[in-house]
Design a protein around this ligand. Structure first.
Ligand SMILES: *[C@@H]1O[C@H](CO)[C@@H](O)[C@H](O)[C@H]1NC(C)=O
Length: 630
């Protein structure tokens, strides 16, 4: 269970061994013989078809009961199941289904679910989805139905969540074949007499052609595939067979098979590799920096006052300028405030994840925790923003409070709203429903914005941060700076290191965001986040030191930009990922991908920019309080 890493695994095994205490949503459901087990259906998602060089072909989800699929409806129509906010935001649309499953009953019985007619237009729709490798996502007792696969590199058996809507492989049939028969294997564990728990759900879908009205025979092996004719009406019969198979997997570890990490060794090696390189680099630079700076300081302070010509040089020269108000202090402080809010959110969410609170059976818990943290940390955003604003000599406190509370949510909301419009026109179920949108607006206006205002109030009450040196009344001339210290060059150069530390993990994060692969390697993620923030801080301080030595004193914005430099590399990597791992057919999918990527880049820019700025601010104050100014 290396994916839970360190404290997570300890705590999890503790929780697993102490039956008395389970997290909400993580308590086992005990069934008796003959109890009904609900099979729930989730939205259809595009799937990465097994092989290494498979590409994702779409990003759009479809409701299971989208009328064009003609899946069998439960009696009296389908009903949606209650879901958490995060689960809805991440695209879950869960409904009930007509499958009749009772513990240990109907073992091996071949059953017909229903027969439907598929019109020519809908046949084309289904065939297109089969060609795009769409997968069905079922949930039984909170577990996703999966296909059993073998990792060719390690020969490990693992459960790949979701199973194919149809089959589009050339050797199988020249046309896409619809899977209309499901072999469902339910693995159960019996902790004590007449108590049953579901610990695994496997589905082998297959395509059964021939006369769809004939009596069913699940063992018929020689049937042809069911190919939907796009020129006429099609009769489709859905059949299934349930097999109950006893398993010794206890309930507590039932997720292990699902949380398979491909190539764990590569994962480990590259992670350790980048950590070593980065820690080494950070150590080196901070050592060099510390030695040079302390030499500078002793030299500056040792200058004999009796000498006629006192030669000031380097960063000491600009001591009268460093705390001069930068351009656009309002925008900068609002960005830092919002960035601090996001940093706090990311940090707390990672701690939750590491402690094992975000169990995979709690669908969407990650996104829910993130939303709640973000809402509550509005106060941190307001406080930071108003204090930084006051420190930079800003006067318009009200405007600062207002902008801090509104500007980022508006931008994010705007982007999500535009993407939603695209999803709706594409007929996808992925669009955020109106009720959820309303709930988010309530969270924002009702909780986050007032908290932000309270934070701002306390921030301005605490007032400006004191500066160790005074600002000269007349600004100095700035000599021309070397090319590599120009803002853009510095941003790009400085971004390489934090990005280099993160890009191994980034691949897995992107795959889980876009290719709906499960991501539970929070240990790796937390380590990576730690290394990235450390590198970002060090690199920003280093570049600011160079900039000040070049007698360029306008460091505020540069510190933010060099900190956020990794976001530009993230954007580039996102585009590379698109080219190498996705082959998006439709325009809507492309818009969707770019939209989500831009959102991700924007948030990353704010977080890393804020880390860079705050670290540099701290360092600059330390630096200038160490020298003697006459
Ligand atoms: C169900 O049937 C399969 C074989 O058809 C058998 O291996 C299994 O033990 C049966 N399960 C139960 C609970 O009877």
């Amino acid at each position: 269970m290396m994916q839970w890493l360190l404290p997570g695994s300890l705590l999890l095994s503790f929780l697993a061994s102490s039956n008395a205490f389970y997290l909400p949503g993580a308590a086992p459901h005990d069934y008796a013989r003959g109890d009904e087990v609900k099979l729930l259906v989730n939205a259809l998602t595009p799937m990465l078809a097994g092989t290494d060089n498979a590409k994702l072909k779409s990003l759009i989800n479809y409701d299971y009961y989208n009328p064009q699929f003609h899946f069998c409806e439960p009696e009296g129509g389908h009903k949606s199941e209650p879901e958490s906010l995060g689960s809805i935001l991440f695209g879950d649309r869960i409904f009930n289904s007509p499958y009749n499953i009772k513990i240990l009953e109907n073992n091996g019985t071949c059953q017909t679910l229903c027969r439907t007619n598929v019109t020519p237009e809908d046949a084309k729709f289904i065939n297109d989805r089969i060609k795009e490798d769409y997968a069905l996502n079922w949930l039984v007792d909170g577990l996703p139905a999966a296909e059993m696969k073998i990792d060719l590199k390690t020969n490990d058996v693992f459960f790949d969540m979701g199973f194919n809507l149809g089959n589009d492989e050339e050797e199988f049939a020249e046309q896409p074949a619809l899977n209309n028969h499901y072999e469902i294997v339910l693995k159960y564990h019996q902790p004590k007499d007449s108590v049953y728990r579901v610990v695994g759900v496997l589905v082998w879908p297959s395509s059964r052609g021939g006369d769809q009205d004939a009596p069913i025979d699940c063992d018929a092996t020689e049937t042809s595939a069911l190919i939907l004719n796009e020129g006429s009406d099609n009769r489709v019969r859905y059949t299934y067979r349930i097999t109950w198979s006893e398993s010794d997997t206890p309930w507590a570890t039932r997720w292990d098979n699902y949380l398979h990490i491909f190539d764990p060794r590569i994962h480990w090696f590259s992670l350790i590799n980048s950590i070593v390189i980065v820690v080494f680099l950070c150590g080196m630079t901070s050592m060099i920096l510390l030695r040079t700076v302390s030499r500078d300081i002793s030299r500056y302070n040792a200058v004999d006052l009796n000498e006629d010509v006192q030669e000031d040089y380097g960063w000491k020269l600009v001591h009268g300028e460093v705390f001069r108000t930068p351009q656009h202090p309002m925008l900068l402080s609002v960005l830092v405030g919002n960035g601090a809010q996001l940093c706090a959110m990311v940090g707390v969410t990672l701690v939750f994840a590491l402690l094992g609170f975000l169990s995979p059976s709690n669908r969407g818990s990650l996104a829910t925790v993130m939303m709640i943290c973000w809402t509550l940390f509005g106060s941190i955003g307001g406080y930071m923003s108003s204090r930084i604003y006051a420190s930079m000599g800003g006067q318009n406190k009200r405007k600062n409070t207002f902008l801090t509370a509104t500007i980022l949510p508006t931008v994010v909301f705007g982007i999500v709203f535009l993407l939603d419009l695209f999803l709706i026109t594409a007929g996808s179920s992925g669009a955020v429903p109106f009720g959820t949108m309303a709930l988010i607006v309530v969270l924002w206006f009702g909780i986050s914005a007032p908290l932000s205002a309270i934070g701002s109030y306390y921030g301005s009450k605490h007032g400006a941060i004191t500066h160790p040196v005074r600002v000269n009344p007349i600004p100095r001339q700035i000599p021309p700076t070397p090319k590599y210290l120009k803002p853009w060059a510095a941003t790009l150069l400085a971004g390489i290191l934090p990005f280099g530390a993160a890009f191994v993990e980034l691949y897995f994060v992107l795959s889980s965001l876009f290719a709906s692969r499960a991501y539970y390697a929070f240990g790796f993620l937390a380590l990576t986040a730690g290394v990235v923030s450390l590198t970002t801080a060090t690199v920003s301080i280093l570049f600011t030191y160079f900039v000040l030595c070049a007698e360029e004193y306008r460091w505020h914005w540069r510190a933010f930009l060099t900190g956020g430099g990794s976001a530009i590399w993230l954007l580039a990597y996102g585009i590379f990922y698109w080219v190498s791992r996705l082959s998006l057919g439709s325009f809507s999918s492309v818009v969707l991908y770019m939209g989500y990527l831009l959102l991700l880049v924007l948030l990353d820019f704010l977080v890393t920019g804020t880390i860079g700025f705050l670290a540099t601010y701290w360092a600059v104050r330390r630096l200038y309080s160490a020298i003697r100014i006459d």
